[in-house]
Design a protein around this ligand. Sequence first.
Ligand SMILES: [Cu+2]
Length: 136
Amino acid sequence: MMKKLLILNLFFLGIVGCVAPKADSAPPKEATITANVQQVHIDGGAYFFKPNHVIVKVNIPVELIVKVESGLIPHNFVIQAPEAGIMVKESLSSDAKTIRFTPKAVGKYPFYCSHGLPFVKSHRERGMEGLIEVVE
Ligand SMILES: [Cu+2]
């Protein structure tokens, strides 16, 4: 447990230590398991999710606690992975929203924001996407 906390602390220090951490250079975020629920906090905005690579264990309930920076741009959080029992589409705000599911199959599944306007790059194309990695 102490080791896990230490790793978590180092992770946050790493984030704070970088002036502008490039999203895809950050290490993947492992879920914190408490009382048989795996919790991960994800922050989003124009146009990112941080962390953008989350690792969870199969067959253990997951709680993603997701919020986005305040502003007028609407964002949502989508995972379409029926093969893993994960079907999520939730609108987001600056109030944290808890998204619950239990991953049923090992694999890598994308999450993203599906917003965007016709004829311009979607939020996903601009970087609002990430990966849920489900492991044994
Ligand atoms: Cu968006």
